[in-house]
Design a protein around this ligand. Structure first.
Ligand SMILES: Nc1ncnc2c1ncn2[C@@H]1O[C@H](COP(=O)(O)OP(=O)(O)OP(=O)(O)O)[C@@H](O)[C@H]1O
Length: 363
């Protein structure tokens, strides 16, 4: 069991007319990098704002380092936050922006300046101390915001979509920077993001929220390969979801009847005949063959290519089955070259039964 540095217990937030966070429990270890993801409006930012003390919970508790945070105002917490709009002061120099939190702590001007220069240096902004904020690029401003958040040497840093205003190239560079900072400082990062790629690149664990609730917490690869429920499976994308009813059990396999056919699925949890069941097959686990070459061995579905989407060297192929279900298949360009896939072509989709993942929850 990980010892928890941040402990949310039954944390709840109701706004007039909206229940934004619905009794969530979450433990975060010291030094962990946790990313919170979920669709727009699911309560990610509210959770972060509750941690920062910018919102009061309407129920439950937050403890950080064993200390209950109830009643501690934001400026007295050890929880600085960096967000997309940065909230830098345009009328202060770069160094004064960075040193601002120390002024709040009543440190002398000399010491404030010394520490601000040190942090600017650490973040690759040496020599920019006396510039105006307006003279900086987006990436440089982001570093100023990080330096300002870190200058008080907090034990936790909260980040709300910090990179979403940056262009793609800069975003990747700042990701590397954040990862390096996290390693060097050894402090806890809680990071809210829409971008799966950021969460996967950075986080030790991912928290997936929907409608104010946590739907799954796990390492990125586990959430990706072993989603807990249909919501997470679809949110992660690139999963083909089947819903049906268990019609048979033998050894460690279950037979699931779905609108697309009957399929054998490893029964990784107790599942009785007649019980509803859902499983996924990841898009990159499916093989494709031309229909004229005959059905492959193992579970297979016949369908028609609807379209193709290129992402670098990877292609996503959309296939509609005769039963009207849409499949996604993900392949490397070189794997499918010989198939000459064009919209309208009849294909067989197949997968190994062991790659079907029975979802622990059906809703
Ligand atoms: N001050 C408020 N008063 C009323 N409702 C609010 C308030 N702040 C947030 N909400 C609502 O609470 C819900 C959760 O908001 P939150 O900002 O936490 O979502 P989010 O998951 O961060 O979304 P996004 O990804 O769009 O930023 C939303 O439906 C939002 O409209």
């Amino acid at each position: 069991m990980t010892s928890s540095f941040v402990a949310l217990k039954g944390l709840d937030k109701r706004y007039p007319g909206h229940h934004a966070v619905r009794g969530i429990d979450l433990d975060i270890a010291a030094g962990e990098f946790v990313a919170i993801m979920g669709p727009s409006g699911c309560g990610k930012s509210t959770t972060l704002r509750l941690l920062a003390g910018l919102e009061e919970p309407t129920g439950g508790s937050i403890a950080i380092g064993g200390r209950d945070q109830a009643g501690i105002p934001a400026h007295l917490r050890d929880t600085p936050m960096v967000w997309q709009s940065l909230a830098l002061f345009p009328f202060l120099s770069v160094a004064d922006n960075v040193a601002f939190p120390l002024r709040m702590k009543r440190l002398g001007a000399k010491e404030r300046r010394r520490r601000a220069l040190e942090w600017l240096d650490r973040l690759g902004l040496a020599g920019m101390a006396d510039r105006d904020i307006a003279q900086l690029s987006g990436g440089q401003r982001q570093r100023v915001a990080l330096a300002r958040a870190l200058i008080t040497q907090p034990s936790i840093l909260l980040l709300d979509e910090p990179l979403s205003a940056l262009d793609a190239h800069l975003r990747v560079r700042m990701q590397t920077e954040l990862s390096r900072l996290h390693r060097q400082l050894g402090i806890t990062f809680v990071y809210v993001t829409h971008a799966q790629s950021e969460a996967f690149a950075l986080a030790d664990r991912i928290v997936i929220m929907s409608e104010g609730r946590i739907r799954q917490v796990g390492r990125p690869q586990d959430v990706y390969r072993a989603p807990a429920n249909p919501f997470v499976a679809e949110f992660m994308g690139m999963n083909n979801l089947f819903r049906g009813v268990c019609r048979g059990r033998a050894d460690d396999m279950a037979t699931i009847e779905t609108p697309a056919g009957h399929y054998a699925v490893p029964a990784r949890r107790p599942l009785a005949v007649g019980e509803p069941a859902a499983f996924v097959v990841a898009a990159d686990r499916i093989t494709l063959a031309r229909a004229e070459d005959g059905p492959p061995s193992g579970p297979a579905v016949r369908g028609t290519v609807l379209g193709l989407e290129f992402v670098g060297s990877t292609q996503t192929i959309f296939v509609e089955t005769e039963g009207g279900q849409e499949f996604r298949v993900q392949k490397q360009q070189h794997e499918i070259e010989a198939l000459d896939l064009v919209p309208g072509r009849a294909v067989h989709l197949a997968w190994e039964p062991r790659h079907a993942w029975l979802l622990p929850e059906t809703e």
